[in-house]
Design a protein around this ligand. Structure first.
Ligand SMILES: [Zn+2]
Length: 572
């Protein structure tokens, strides 16, 4: 391909609304253009990279025995009602109406569609296992689309769905996908690692996210260098010690704390109650039911864990007025010892189990209670792990200190169980003729997000550094004279033909531009190899080969093709 015959609109400066480096580079290198917030056009070079990432995914999915299909983006509302997700996922669904006023959803995912297909097409254990996948455009009504392709309203996702006869068989399907994901991200040149994850609104019993470490990532990963434990911070637990028991100290005793409404204020003199001897009481409304959450004063509630323990229903913190209505006091004086209506559910964090001689709000503005014993004085409905893990806490598996780092989630594997197959009637007859629901798994890869993650990991001050496997072109030929018939241009054209004949993907920069402009653009786009052909080097009988990551090599013209080919060999 010749530069002047395609469209590569490079920019010196990124538009001001591009926040993170990879987003800026996508725009500056002329890979994408924004149509509206969270909606992008792929330009020729961006599309070439996208197709390569897709092809790697396709090859590894096929190798793992998955079957490619293509499902519609338009999905009838009815199938979403059958699974209950018309309601639970409504926040992210794009809805459209046709001329007959029938409602449709633009596919954010396809559990409903594939399970409906399986309900019709799978009837016997002989047809199982089956794993169907597609690579297609998905839609999410992101309120705040940002970071380019990282969080967009329209994006490309690979989604796969496995159907098995049993839990054990489903686990084997899960493991196959887990291994395939490692290969996919490795081939994309991404440093990646799986972490234990929360199953979220999709539901299911077992899940891992594939993470790419990056300072700009929206996920926080808790990990242990010593034993390899790694989990999304929304899910992570630690081996943090419980609360030391003390002398019970008699019955709860009320004392005045005028104006004290924070853990910190109560820890100062004249009160001097250490944060870890305080019980923090939070009031949430889950749908419309009040729920109290008790957590140690020095801990933070993890709302994802809370959500998982309250059925994934809509929730929000109660307003101060609602706290008064429910408990008789405003935030800062709340507790769970007195005046808690019997119908209010009380969830307590495990770290408070057995804690005594604690201090908490008295449910009377300006008063607290001391000598509170959880076992004796508080009606706890359920004990759960609800706290957020902090860096430095001991690993739950080996006791070594945990670290936290930011990462981009590029893939997710879930074991779904029979949640969808039961609701949509995807069942099979087993060997004895009994009807059983298929056991499912689902597996996603954010294809466009993966593309951007590759840039987030591979760049320097000059631009993008593509791995060979996904580079838009492997070689950029840069003749410094482009007039037809000029010996420099003639040599460039000869190299172009010879390399292309060997299957190398070559872009010929035939623009009549200064060398500096051409070199800057080639580095910005990030071609793995740039070959400069100029009058001076040609006079010496040489061309200059410059790997994007590596030192410049002067090579005799006669050896140029083999010199370039040598650079294209994967290391090792
Ligand atoms: Zn560990």
């Amino acid at each position: 391909m010749k530069w002047t015959e395609t469209l590569i609109p490079t920019l010196r400066e990124a538009p001001s609304d591009a926040e993170i480096l990879s987003h800026k580079l996508l725009l500056r290198a002329g890979l994408i253009r924004k149509l509206a917030g969270g909606v992008y056009t792929f330009l020729p070079l961006g599309l070439r990279v996208l197709r390569k990432v897709e092809q790697i995914i396709r090859e590894e999915m096929d190798r793992a025995g998955a079957i490619e299909v293509l499902m519609p983006a338009l999905q009838p509302r009815e199938i979403w009602e059958q699974t209950g997700r018309a309601e639970t996922a409504k926040g992210v669904l794009f809805k459209v109406r046709d001329g007959a006023d029938r409602e449709w959803f633009l596919s954010p995912t396809a559990e409903e569609v594939i399970t409906t297909l399986a309900a019709h097409e799978i009837s016997s254990y002989r047809q199982l296992p089956r794993n169907f996948y597609q690579i297609s455009t998905k839609f999410r009504d992101e309120i705040r689309p940002r970071f380019g392709l990282m969080r967009a309203k329209e994006f490309i996702m690979k989604d796969a769905y496995s159907f098995d006869v049993s839990d054990a068989a489903a686990m084997a399907s899960y493991q196959k996908m887990y291994a395939a994901y490692h290969r996919i991200f490795d081939r994309c040149g991404l440093q990646n690692f799986p972490v234990e994850a929360d199953s979220g609104v999709i539901g299911g019993s077992h899940s891992h996210e594939f993470m790419v470490p990056a300072d700009t990532g929206e996920n926080e990963v808790v990990f242990c260098e010593a034993c390899g434990y790694a989990a999304n911070r929304e899910k992570a637990t630690s081996g943090v010690p419980g609360t030391a028991a003390r002398e019970p100290g008699g019955a709860p005793e009320q004392f005045a704390t005028p104006g004290v409404v924070t853990i910190e204020a109560l820890s100062r003199e004249p009160y001097g109650v250490a944060a870890h001897r305080q019980i923090k009481t939070l009031v949430y409304l889950v749908e419309d039911s009040p729920v109290l959450v008790l957590i140690r004063g020095d801990d933070q509630l993890n709302e994802t864990k809370f959500s998982a323990r309250t059925g994934g229903l809509t929730f929000r913190p109660a307003t101060p007025e609602e706290c008064v209505e429910i408990l008789g006091a405003r935030p800062g004086s709340l507790g769970a010892v007195r005046r808690v209506p019997a119908e209010v559910r009380v969830l307590a964090d495990e770290r408070l189990r057995g804690a005594n001689d604690m201090t908490t709000g008295a449910n009377e503005d300006g008063f607290h209670l001391r000598h509170v014993a959880m076992d004796r004085d508080v009606r706890v409905s359920d004990w759960f792990d609800l706290r957020t893990v902090a860096a430095g806490e001991p690993c739950v598996k080996c006791g070594q200190p945990l670290n936290i780092r930011r990462a981009i989630e590029v893939g997710h594997v879930f074991k779904l169980g029979t949640k969808y197959s039961e609701k949509l009637g995807a069942s099979y007859l087993d060997e004895s003729g009994a009807r059983r629901p298929c056991v499912m798994g689902c597996y996603g890869i954010g294809v466009t997000r993966t593309l951007q993650a590759i840039i987030e990991q591979g760049n320097d001050k000059d631009g993008i550094i593509w791995p060979l496997s996904v580079a838009p072109y492997q070689v950029c030929l840069t003749p410094l004279q482009v007039a037809a018939g000029h010996p420099v241009m003639e040599l460039a054209e000869t190299l172009y033909r010879e390399l292309t004949a060997r299957g190398v993907e070559v872009l010929l920069d035939d623009r009549d531009e200064r060398p500096g402009v051409k070199f800057k653009d080639a580095d910005l786009v990030g071609f793995p190899i740039r070959v400069a052909i100029g009058e001076k080097s040609l006079a010496r009988g040489q061309v200059e080969i410059k790997p994007r990551r590596g030192a410049l090599l002067a090579v005799d013209c006669a050896a140029a093709v083999s010199g370039i080919m040598a650079q294209l060999q994967p290391p090792g």
